[in-house]
Write a protein that binds this ligand. Structure first.
Ligand code: AMP
Ligand code: MG
Length: 408
């Protein structure tokens, strides 16, 4: 992978380098529709039906043949068509049929005239307007043609897809099993929530962020807890993850001061690259593989861990789990205040965007230190500042990436 002269790896190169090596590793299984919520489609869904399946009325009114209206005389109602109860039998010339929304139009219908454009005197119906051919008729297959691809493989099923599939009569779908992801945090200073802190200790926050993002992605999580900076315990945790999971994600222990330790262990068990990414926050990052498991080593700083997961690990996990991944939306906004920035790295500053008098504007959440976790929770977007850009003056245009997907 090409390091540039700064020794820092651009984000796009890191992403491309990882994605080239990864392929979907989740088998498929057939599940009843309600159980498939949150799963990823293993194959395209072709519609077994035309939707709608028959020509039907878009209005409450009267089905007519245009030639019968030509004389302008009222028509006698020959019968009724309801949704689920079609008009049966002969439709004599010079007659109309009372029809309700969703009812199949009787064969030979040219148009449906809405009730409001008619006058009824018993069975004698007077038409106040001349309809266009096909007016108020929803044609069979107008929404979805039979055999058309309605959802491509890789679609994650949300509440929006469930009624669509049900409308096609799809009772079960081929979906991928969830990706199994082992996680642990490293560091002697880390304590789990619910326990007291000794001097020098901090709570392990990263694991809760990573777990939450994995849940959003529909992955199964094997949480191995906190592993102290102890070679024997780290080794045991790596070996367990390699035996039980598709992916291992750790946080901490990849920065310059600590990497040697992890590196030695990983060189022995698998193949790992330690990268210095040209992004801020989140410079140190490790990627590689154990014999059976892909490995992502996130930085320990909480904001760096979240941002590197969001920007790098998310697309990688999507590929491994067979999920289609779309790059997040980026918008242009006006900086409502100056933003600190030095050239050299692509910044993902935490911002608060809002609608100003001249369009979208954005402010900083304050300190952009990667240990200031509250900056992430107050933000609603990244302010993405190009690598070579320096300080931003108020009024300049900047790129913002609204939080969606994982961080919403
Ligand atoms: P490291 O990457 O292990 O050198 O850690 C960098 C910084 O992040 C240190 O201040 C750690 O205490 C902190 N840190 C590492 N892991 C976690 C964690 N799981 N939760 C909160 N802070 C962490
Ligand atoms: Mg550490």
């Amino acid at each position: 992978m090409g390091f540039d002269t700064s020794g820092l790896l651009p984000l796009s190169d890191a992403l491309q380098g990882m994605l080239e090596q990864l392929a979907c590793c989740c088998d498929s299984e057939q599940l009843p529709l309600p159980e498939a919520l949150g799963r990823v489609l293993a194959s395209d869904i072709a519609s077994p039906l035309a939707v709608p399946p028959f020509d039907n009325s878009a209005m409450d009114g009267y089905a007519v043949r245009l030639e019968d209206l030509a004389s302008g005389t009222p028509l006698i109602m020959a019968g009724k068509a309801f949704a689920g109860q079609p008009y049966q039998g002969e439709w004599p010339g010079g007659h109309c049929v009372r029809i309700m929304t969703g009812a199949p139009v009787p064969p030979g219908t040219d148009a449906v005239v809405m009730q409001e454009e008619t006058q009824a005197d018993g069975d004698r119906i007077t038409f106040l307007a001349q309809p266009e051919p096909g007016q108020n008729i929803r044609r069979a297959g107008n929404d979805i043609g039979k055999g058309a691809c309605v959802l491509p493989a890789g679609t994650r099923l949300t509440p929006r897809e469930m009624p669509l599939l049900a409308s096609l009569g799809v009772a079960s779908v081929a979906v991928r099993r969830p990706l199994k992801v082992a996680i642990f945090s490293t560091g002697d200073e880390l304590k789990p929530v619910g326990t007291p802190l000794a001097h020098g200790d901090i709570y392990d926050s990263n694991r809760y962020g990573v777990r939450a993002m994995l849940a959003r992605m529909g992955c199964d999580c094997l949480d191995l807890g906190i592993i102290p900076d102890d070679p024997a315990q780290l080794r045991a945790a790596f070996i367990r993850a390699d035996a039980e999971a598709d992916v291992l994600i750790t946080t901490g222990g990849v920065s310059v001061g600590e990497a040697d330790f992890t590196k030695q262990l990983l060189d022995e068990l698998g193949e790992i690259g330690f990268w210095k990414l040209a992004i801020k926050p989140g410079k140190p990052f490790a990627f590689g593989r154990l014999p059976h498991t892909w490995f992502f080593g996130l930085p320990g700083n909480p904001v760096s861990a979240m941002v590197t997961f969001d920007q790098l690990v998310q697309p990688a996990l999507a590929k491994l789990s067979g999920q289609r991944f779309e790059r997040p939306l980026q918008l242009q906004a006006i900086a409502a205040e100056p933003l600190k920035k030095s050239p050299g790295r692509l910044d993902f500053q935490r911002g608060i965007m809002s609608q100003g008098p001249n369009g979208l504007e954005v402010r900083s959440t304050g300190s952009q230190d990667s240990a200031v976790f509250s900056s992430l929770s107050r933000a609603n977007c990244y302010i993405v500042l190009e690598r070579e850009r320096g300080r931003v003056a108020a009024g300049e245009t900047v790129t913002v990436e609204p939080f969606g997907g994982l961080l919403l």
